[in-house]
Design a protein around this ligand. Structure first.
Ligand code: BF8
Ligand code: SF4
Length: 639
C-alpha cells in the first residue's frame, strides 16, 4: 500500500489541477488509474475489435480478422460475435439505468406513502408527469398523484402484455411510435426485455447479426424510457425541477479548513440527504475545530446536487482518485456506478473514509452504511459524523489542494430553458430559438455527453471539439462527466460565451440572458444534468420537432460522447440513434471486427431511424463531421 513505483507519465490530462495531483501521486507513490492503464498495455486486439466470445464454456473463441479461424467452435462468425457482444454491452448500460430508476421509484413510493423522510419537492413535475400519463389531476393531493404515478411505473415493470411500455408511449410523438413499431423495436416490460436480450445472446439462440442489432435498438429504447426518462421524471418529483444555479468546479473547490465530504455515484436519494445533513450538522463540525462542512461532487452524484442545490463539482470520472490524493477529503460516499474499486486503496494512503451505501455497490475495505429511503436521515447523519471525526486525523503535511477552479452555471432543465426563452416570447417560448436557427444565428445544436476514458487525454477531446462547435455558432448542451469537463474550463459561464461563442451565437445568448435577467449572456454550454438527465435533451428535441412539425431526425442537431467509457454511454448513444440523431463517439467501440456491424451502425442505420454513429477520434474532424450533418439538415429543411 502506498508503495507503488511507476515510470514517468506523459500527457494524461489537460486539467492543471489533475496534473498537479498526478504529480503528487507519483511523489507519494500512490498508484492511479493511469498507472494501471500502462500495466494493461498492450490491450488485447481481439477484445478491442469485439471478436472474442466467452458466451459458453467451450470458449473463449476468437476470430482472426486477417485469416483463420473465421468461426468460433459453434460456428459463430465475427459478425455474430460482435453483434452479440454489442447487445450485451447495451444490456449492461440499460440495466444500470433501469435499476437506477427503479431505486428512485422505490424511494418515491415510500415517500408518497409517508414511510420515508423525503418531501415531494417537484409539485409542477407531479402535474406534468401525471398529465402525460393520462392521470386526472383535479382535486387530488400531490401525494395521491405521486402514488398513482408510482403505480403507472410499476405497471410497466410488471406488465405481462405485449403492449409497448406505458412510460415510452406517454413520452414520445405518434410519429416515433409508428416508426419504431414498423421496425418492431418497441419495448414492452423493461425487465423482460433485459432478460430476453440475455437469452437471445446466449449460446445457440440468435444467429442473425441484423436481428441482434434491431434488439440493440430496442434495448436503447429500454434505457431511454425505463431508465433515463422515468429516472429523471421521478427524481424531479422527489427533489424538484432544477433551475439556474451558480457554483464552482474543479479540485480547487475543496476546502483547507472545512470538513470535506465528497458525494460520488448517481443516486440523489443518497447525495441529497448528505447535503441536507451536512448543512444541519455544521455546528458539530465547528465544535470539532473545522470551519464548517464542505460537500463537493464527483461524477453524476455531483451533477445531481449541482443542478438542484448548487453544490460545487470536485471533478469528473478520471479525477475521483485525485480528489483523495489532495489529502483533504475526510470522506467519500458512493452509491452505484462509476466509482473505481481502487478508491479504498488510495484512501488507505490518507485519512479518507470511503463509505458505501447500497447492497450491490460494496467495497471490501470501505465502511458500509446501508441507506434505505426509510432510514436515510439516520444514515446520512452517521455518515456526516464519521466525516467530522475523520477531520481530526487530517495530516497537514499531506494536504495539497490545487488552486484551480472555475465558476460554473447549472440547472438548465427544459423548464428553465423554456422559462428563459419565454421572456422573449411568453406565448410561444420556443419561437425565438427556432427563429434564430432559421435565420442562421444559431447553426444548430449538439448534445455533448458521457465520460472520461483513460484512452483519451482527460477532457481534451471534449474541450477541443466544443471550442470548434461554439466558434461556428453551434449551441452546446452537456450532461455527465463532459459537463464537468466543460465546467472546469469556463464554458458554463456568461464570460465563456464571450470567450468561446461565435459572434452570432453570442448575440443570441446575450439577448436571451439579458431578457432572463442574468445581466449578460447565457453560458454557451447549458449544463442539463446527469447522464439520466439526457432525457431532458430528448424532451427538448421532441418539443422543437413538435413545434416545427417535423421529425427529430430532420432537426439540425447531433450528439457526441467524445470520451465515453461506460456501457451506459453506449446504451444512451443507441437510444439517440433510435431517435434519429447523428451520434459521434470519440473512443472506438469494440465493433470493428465485424465489417457488417460497422457498416450498419455507421451507415445503413440512417435508412431505418434517421440516426447513425460517427466514429472519430480527432476532435476537430468530429466537430466538422457534425457540422456537415447539421448543414445538410438545414438544407433539407430549406433554411
Ligand atoms: O452516468 S458520464 S463516467 S458518471 S457513465 Fe460515469 Fe460516464 Fe461519468 Fe454518470 Ni455517465
Ligand atoms: Fe465459442 Fe460459440 Fe461458445 Fe462463443 S458461443 S465461446 S463462439 S463455442
Amino acid at each position: 500500500m502506498c508503495e507503488f513505483h511507476q515510470g514517468s507519465h506523459s500527457h494524461q490530462t489537460i486539467d492543471p489541477a489533475a496534473a498537479e495531483m498526478i504529480e503528487k501521486a507519483n511523489r507519494e507513490n500512490v498508484e492511479t488509474t493511469w498507472d494501471r492503464f500502462e500495466q494493461q498495455k498492450p490491450q488485447c486486439g481481439f477484445g478491442d475489435l469485439g471478436v472474442c466470445c466467452r458466451n459458453c464454456l467451450q470458449g473463449p473463441c476468437r476470430i482472426n480478422p486477417f485469416g483463420e479461424p473465421k468461426e468460433g467452435i459453434c460456428g459463430a462468425d465475427a459478425d455474430l460475435i460482435v453483434a452479440r457482444n454489442l447487445l450485451r454491452t447495451i444490456v449492461g448500460g440499460a440495466a444500470s439505468h433501469v435499476d437506477h430508476s427503479y431505486m428512485a421509484l422505490h424511494c418515491l413510493k415510500e415517500a408518497a406513502e409517508g414511510k420515508a423522510p423525503y418531501a415531494l419537492k417537484g409539485a409542477d413535475k407531479i402535474k406534468s408527469v401525471a398529465a402525460k400519463l393520462g392521470i386526472a389531476t383535479q382535486g387530488k393531493s400531490d401525494n395521491a398523484l405521486a402514488q398513482e404515478i408510482v403505480r403507472a411505473a410499476l405497471a410497466d415493470f410488471s406488465s405481462y402484455s405485449d403492449e409497448p411500455m406505458g412510460w415510452l408511449k406517454a413520452t414520445v410523438s405518434p410519429g416515433l411510435l409508428e416508426a419504431w413499431s414498423k421496425l418492431g423495436i418497441l419495448p414492452k416490460n423493461p425487465d423482460r426485455e433485459i432478460r430476453t436480450a440475455m437469452h437471445q445472446t446466449s449460446m445457440g439462440v440468435d444467429g442473425s447479426p441484423i436481428n441482434l442489432l434491431l434488439s440493440s435498438l430496442k434495448m436503447g429504447l429500454v434505457d431511454g424510457y425505463a431508465g433515463l426518462q422515468m429516472g429523471t421524471d421521478i427524481q424531479d418529483i422527489l427533489f424538484g425541477i432544477p433551475y439556474p444555479v451558480k457554483t464552482e468546479a474543479n479540485l480547487g473547490v475543496l476546502s483547507h479548513d472545512k470538513v470535506n465530504v465528497v458525494v460520488h455515484g448517481h443516486m440523489p436519494e443518497v447525495s441529497e440527504k448528505i447535503v441536507e445533513w451536512a448543512r444541519k450538522l455544521e455546528g458539530e463540525a465547528i465544535k470539532a475545530g473545522a470551519a464548517g462542512i464542505n460537500v463537493a461532487g464527483i461524477c453524476c452524484s455531483g451533477n445531481e446536487v449541482l443542478m438542484r442545490q448548487g453544490v460545487p463539482l470536485a471533478g469528473n470520472y478520471l479525477s475521483q482518485e485525485l480528489a483523495i490524493i489532495t489529502g483533504a477529503v475526510e470522506l467519500i460516499v458512493v452509491d452505484v456506478q462509476c466509482f473505481m474499486p481502487s478508491l479504498t486503496k488510495v484512501a488507505a494512503c490518507y485519512h479518507t473514509k470511503v463509505v458505501t451505501t447500497t447492497p450491490i455497490g460494496q467495497l471490501p475495505d470501505a465502511e458500509y452504511i446501508p441507506f434505505t429511503p426509510e432510514n436515510a436521515d439516520v444514515k446520512a447523519q452517521e455518515t456526516i459524523r464519521m466525516a467530522i471525526a475523520a477531520y481530526a486525523k487530517r495530516d497537514a503535511a499531506k494536504v495539497q489542494i490545487p488552486t484551480h477552479k472555475s465558476e460554473a452555471w447549472g440547472g438548465f432543465s427544459v423548464e428553465t430553458i423554456v422559462q428563459a426563452l419565454s421572456k422573449l416570447d411568453a406565448a410561444n417560448p420556443l419561437k425565438p430559438l427556432i427563429d434564430n436557427i432559421v435565420a442562421g444565428n444559431v447553426l444548430g445544436a449538439v448534445g455533448v455527453v458521457g465520460c472520461n476514458n483513460v484512452k483519451a487525454v482527460q477532457d481534451q477531446q471534449t474541450v477541443e471539439m466544443v471550442k470548434d462547435l461554439l466558434a461556428n455558432n453551434v449551441l452546446v448542451v452537456a450532461t455527465g462527466c463532459t459537463a464537468h469537463a466543460l465546467a472546469k474550463y469556463g464554458f458554463l459561464t456568461p464570460a465563456g460565451a464571450k470567450k468561446y461563442a461565435g459572434e452570432k451565437l453570442l448575440a443570441v445568448l446575450t439577448a436571451v440572458g439579458e431578457a432572463a435577467g442574468l445581466g449578460g449572456p447565457l453560458p454557451p454550454v447549458l449544463h442539463m444534468g446527469s447522464c439520466v438527465d439526457n432525457s431532458r435533451i430528448g424532451d427538448l428535441l421532441g418539443a422543437l420537432a413538435g413545434y416545427l412539425g417535423v421529425a427529430i431526425k430532420d432537426l439540425p442537431v447531433a450528439a457526441s460522447a467524445p470520451e465515453l467509457q461506460h456501457e451506459k454511454a453506449v446504451s444512451i448513444g443507441t437510444w439517440a440513434v433510435a431517435l434519429g440523431v447523428l451520434t459521434h463517439v470519440g473512443v472506438v467501440p469494440p465493433v470493428l471486427g465485424s465489417p457488417l456491424v460497422t457498416k450498419v451502425l455507421t451507415g445503413d442505420l440512417e435508412g431505418l431511424t434517421g440516426g447513425k454513429f460517427l466514429v472519430e477520434t480527432d476532435p476537430h474532424l468530429a466537430a466538422e463531421g457534425m457540422m456537415a450533418h447539421i448543414r445538410a439538415k438545414r438544407k433539407a429543411l430549406g433554411i
